[in-house]
Design a protein around this ligand. Structure first.
Ligand code: SF4
Ligand code: MSK
Length: 658
């Protein structure tokens, strides 16, 4: 019988096999056992009132099926999608709110363990917001005004989000024309929940239009605010070298993992683990030192800024525990499987929850508070150290690890194309115009145990760069690439098409640029805007030879992201079955209607070959519409000839002196 692969990552696969042999349950086994409900998974189930749940199924369900209240299948499916967008937007944006409140506390001198690290970025944001800066103005006064101005974005009832004006003019015009320019973030989320309540908004197109408005509040609000404030407080990333995969855990050191999404506490932990007092304390417990690593998007935050190694993405969290080497995992919010608390009891790992919004049974809770961040961080590190002597022999110790280059903020991408004084996007635009680079893909989103996890990311990453497509990656997409060894400049030499390789070699970049955590998809919006302003391609985000792909998505946050890209003018392709696939009308709106209005779309396609084909097709059509040179594979650079052993021997023979 053919072996069923659960993860494309060999190291993960080894741990899964070890776990199965020892009767440990993980998401991989649960995903096999718990098949999705076909009615709910296609968007045909409504449970917004207690006359239901209503299942809108049967022959001609699209036209004939009705819920008890009379709701049609397109209404129900549209409502389901809008609720997913609202939940995703709420998650990113509540994270953003905490970042703004931290900035405010820093400006007011109340969060003494933090400071403004990137004043240049603070000034740039102040400029966008119309706040006075420079000329001797106190930096904390600027930061306070920035924080207060951004807080307005959460509660504004009328008008538009502050950052809407950052988008190209034509993109803004499309939003205003179609009524999707968002007002306040909280208002859009609340209105989405109101409209999807029983007996309110029933027109699928009208519902989905509000879904886009909510999603835009996420992209150009919550996500962009989070990215900016994290950069201001902790520094705008520049390239760093690090490592990825389970081999980052050290047998002779205390292994502490930060997991979740918020960077604030993790930043202080980065600092605290090199405190000589704590290192001495670790030594007193028999460890040689303290080793900090990350997981999911908190990992991406500290990887981007400090080169802290990552153990990988979402599906690695249980497997990390099963190495038996993790002394503690400090979690904050989002994408933390409740399963880790139960699993950790079978090993020695301590799970430490830190957010007042997120606790779980069987975990230790250490309340994070930005006013006493260092004290909290020390307490967490001490828990990990105290637990080191409890390490048991048991575990699947894996030593695989790969080098990673991360830290490609949009500011750095601009800088690397011309230096500090001539920073621009000209070289990238020119390379696209000439056809050296066929287009750009944002490869993002989660990894998922319902497919051989990380496998679709790997397949698409290789195929896209082979086709001269530059990749910007975020979130667990980056982790999937990093734990495969794909985030290095050597990837260009080994796998990229000749045109892309030439550009990567000239600028000195990898063909897959790690641009950050999932909130940092906002950096991709900024890059697309800069490309539009640079000229020579489209004068708006719409129409660029660019596509977004989330092949293994699972989170509602991913749906919000996909929708804000679609509304911004980027065709987006998600893997897996559509969560609204039961309704042809909703599918038509998300693809055809959104494309007519915004030149963006949201597709769901389970077949990775078809995802690739669709993405390249969008890119080539955009090139054609922009009247760019037709992309010809191998036109630039020299095609590499891949030689097998026999060919090599022949060559060696002929090279030998006779
Ligand atoms: Fe059923 Fe209508 Fe209630 Fe939904 S809102 S559960 S379709 S009765
Ligand atoms: S962590 S949302 S699994 S990308 Fe940002 Fe990864 Fe998806 Fe969570």
């Amino acid at each position: 019988m053919e072996k069923h692969i659960k993860s494309a990552n060999e190291a993960s696969e080894k741990i899964i096999e070890w776990g199965e042999a020892h009767d440990y349950t993980t998401c991989f086994e649960r995903a096999e056992r718990l098949k999705p409900c076909p009615i709910g998974s296609s968007g045909a189930c409504c449970k917004v009132c207690h006359m239901g749940p209503c299942r809108l199924v049967g022959k001609n369900a699209e036209e004939e099926a009705r819920g008890v209240c009379g709701a049609t299948l397109p209404t129900v499916a549209a409502r389901n999608l809008v609720r997913m967008i609202a939940a995703g937007t709420a998650a990113h944006s509540d994270h953003a709110r905490d970042m703004v409140l931290t900035l405010l506390a820093v400006a007011n001198g109340e969060a003494k363990d933090f400071k403004i690290t990137d004043e240049r970025k603070l000034n740039r944001v102040a400029e966008i917001l119309g706040i006075e800066f420079g000329n001797g103005r106190n930096v904390n006064d600027v930061a306070r005004d920035v924080a207060l101005k951004l807080l307005e974005d959460f509660t504004r009832q009328k008008g538009e989000l502050n950052y809407i004006k950052r988008a190209p003019q034509k993109t803004q015009e499309r939003w205003r024309k179609w009524g999707v320019a968002p007002r306040g973030i909280d208002r859009e989320v609340v209105e989405a929940m109101h409209r999807t309540n029983i007996g309110v908004d029933h027109d699928p197109d009208h519902l989905l239009t509000h879904g886009l408005r909510t999603a835009l509040a996420d992209g150009w609000g919550g996500c962009m605010i989070s990215t900016d404030i994290s950069d201001i407080l902790f520094g705008t990333p520049t390239p760093v070298k690090a490592e990825a995969s389970y081999g980052i855990f050290k047998e002779d050191e205390v292994n502490l993992i930060v997991h979740g999404h918020e960077p604030s506490l993790a930043e202080i932990i980065v600092d605290v683990v090199s405190d000589p007092e704590l290192i001495e304390y670790a030594k007193s417990k028999g460890a040689k030192g303290i080793n900090l690593g990350g997981m999911c998007c908190t990992a991406n935050e500290v990887l981007m800024r400090h080169g802290i190694p990552t153990a990988g993405g979402f599906t690695n969290q249980e497997l990390g525990i099963m190495t038996g080497l993790v002394d503690a995992i400090a979690v904050d919010v989002q994408c933390i499987m409740p399963a880790i608390a139960e699993l950790s009891k079978k090993f020695h790992t301590k799970i430490i929850t830190t957010s007042e919004k997120a606790t779980m049974p069987d975990a230790i809770h250490v309340q994070y508070d930005e006013h006493r961040a260092r004290e909290v961080a020390k307490e967490i590190v001490k828990i990990a150290i105290d637990n080191f002597p409890n390490r048991k022999k048991e575990g699947s110790h894996i030593t695989d690890k790969f080098p990673v280059i991360a830290g490609f903020s949009h500011e750095y991408i601009e800088y690397m194309q011309g230096g500090r004084w001539r920073a621009s996007f000209r070289p990238l635009n020119d390379a696209i115009i000439a056809g050296r680079i066929r287009g750009v893909v944002g490869l993002a989103g989660c990894d998922n145990p319902r497919v051989p996890s990380t496998g679709l990311h790997r397949f698409l990453a290789i195929e896209l760069i082979k086709n001269d497509v530059l990749i910007v990656s975020t979130g667990c997409g980056s982790a999937a690439c990093g734990t495969a060894g794909y985030l290095t400049p050597e990837m260009a030499l080994e796998h990229a098409g000749p045109g892309l390789r030439e550009v990567c070699e000239a600028i000195g970049i990898p063909p897959i640029l790690h641009v950050g955590a999932c909130v940092d998809n906002s950096r991709i919006l900024t890059i697309a805007t800069a490309m539009a302003h640079e000229g020579g391609l489209s004068d708006e985000i719409a129409g660029m030879p660019a596509v977004g792909i989330a092949p293994e998505w699972m989170s509602e946050k991913a749906i919000a992201i996909g929708c804000y890209f679609a509304a911004s003018g980027v065709p987006v392709i998600f893997g897996g079955e559509s969560p609204v696939g039961a309704s042809e009308e909703v599918t038509r709106i998300m693809t055809e209607v959104w494309f007519e209005r915004f030149m963006g779309a949201l597709h769901f396609e389970p077949d990775p070959e078809k995802i690739l084909e669709l993405a390249l097709n969008y890119i080539d059509k955009a090139r054609e519409k922009l009247k760019l040179r037709k992309y010809e594979p191998g036109r630039f650079g020299t095609e590499r000839v891949l030689m097998d052993m026999a060919a090599r021997r022949e060559l060696e023979k002929s090279a030998k002196p006779t």
